[in-house]
Design a protein around this ligand. Structure first.
Ligand code: DAH
Length: 346
């Protein structure tokens, strides 16, 4: 019995209370008529007569201690309550704190839209490395040794030492490297688009950046012809831009396609009348394209006698500029929320 009294004494000593509910729990356990202390008093009857007095005294001591603690705790909770009551009232007429959710970056929006358009006509999405060898970025794509695009002024070279000799590693200047990687590892039919980052050693300005995004496309199979290229890109322009947008193919040159064409669309800003964006021509270029050069197909171990194909490449920043009239390339990377918030909900 005395042990029990001591244990309860200790329990009360270490008791802490932070809420009216805890205060009530304390009362039920130690103070109330159904509590543990009353129970012990009832047990007093069976304590031998000789000890009863001493045990009774201990028990009374415990009862008083519990009562004292209860009063202190009650006071403490009362104080907490008055403090809360005297806090300034909540003004329910105040406007709520806005719940700011992020917005999709315009380049992500346009990339997703491009992917969606091509996926619906049977293209899948492929990926390739941004740090690339000279062979995949240039050599396999028929760039001659002395082609100006390999020049230090355009390409970021990455020093990498292999067997003691510096290897020609670089940051890819276009996504065309993925064409080569795909054709190397996959048998035709190949029908893929390849979005990704590219790098060029340019001074950053409103019109140029050292990092930007492209989407490459390639279709290799038996009997793929220039008409397929045209159909595919007409479809893309129709889906991507305003109804009535004009499209034209302009003969051009790329080392890895023959014949090659650049694709222009009627200026989205002035509707073809002429403005700063289209340099008063009414047309803006959106992509390069062409029939993949048989030599490039052969470079990847595919028989160009059996398979032909087309490829194209476009800049995501350029498409976004035309779609959303963004006239300074730097806006894409500055993370200014005033710019980014304009794309909310798109
Ligand atoms: N790689 C070219 C560039 O960066 C774009 C390009 C042109 C890609 C023609 C192609 C193509 O696949 O067929 O300017």
């Amino acid at each position: 019995m005395l042990d029990k009294v001591r244990d309860l004494h200790q329990e009360i000593e270490h008791y802490t209370i932070n809420s009216p509910e805890q205060l009530e729990q304390f009362r039920m356990r130690f103070i109330s008529r159904k509590g543990v202390i009353t129970e012990l008093f009832e047990g007093l009857k069976i304590v031998p007569q000789a000890d009863r007095r001493a045990v009774g005294q201990e028990l009374n001591g415990l009862k008083n201690f519990a009562q004292e603690r209860f009063e202190t705790f009650t006071q403490q909770i009362d104080e907490q309550r008055t403090a809360a009551d005297s806090a300034p009232p909540v003004d329910l007429t105040l406007p709520t704190i806005p719940n700011l959710t992020g917005t999709q970056h315009p380049l992500s929006l346009v990339r997703q839209r491009i992917i969606q358009i091509f996926e619906r006509i049977g293209f899948n999405v492929a990926d390739g490395p941004e740090i690339e060898s000279d062979w995949y970025n240039f050599g396999a794509l028929n760039f001659p040794e002395n082609h100006p695009a390999r020049d230090m002024q355009d390409t970021f070279f990455v020093a990498k030492v292999e067997n003691g000799a510096p290897a020609d590693m670089l940051l890819r200047t276009h996504t065309s490297n993925v064409q080569i990687r795909l054709m190397e590892r996959q048998k035709p039919p190949i029908r893929s688009i390849m979005p990704g980052r590219v790098y060029r050693n340019e001074t950053i300005s409103a019109r140029a950046h050292c990092m930007f995004h492209q989407v490459e496309g390639i279709y290799i199979d038996r009997n793929v012809g220039f008409k397929d290229l045209k159909d595919t890109l007409y479809h893309f322009v129709k889906e991507m831009f305003e109804p009535g947008t004009q499209i034209r193919f302009r003969p051009s040159y790329f080392p890895f396609t023959e014949p090659s064409a650049e694709i222009d669309i009627s200026c989205q800003i002035c509707g073809g009348k002429g403005c700063n964006i289209c340099k008063h021509s009414g047309w803006v270029e959106i992509a390069g394209s062409g029939m993949v050069d048989p030599q490039v197909i052969a470079n990847c171990g595919i028989d160009p006698e059996e398979y032909t194909g087309f490829a194209f490449g476009m800049g995501i920043e350029r498409i976004t500029q035309l779609k959303y009239v963004v006239n300074d390339l730097r806006l894409y990377t500055e993370n200014d929320v005033r710019f980014l918030q304009q794309f909310e909900g798109l």
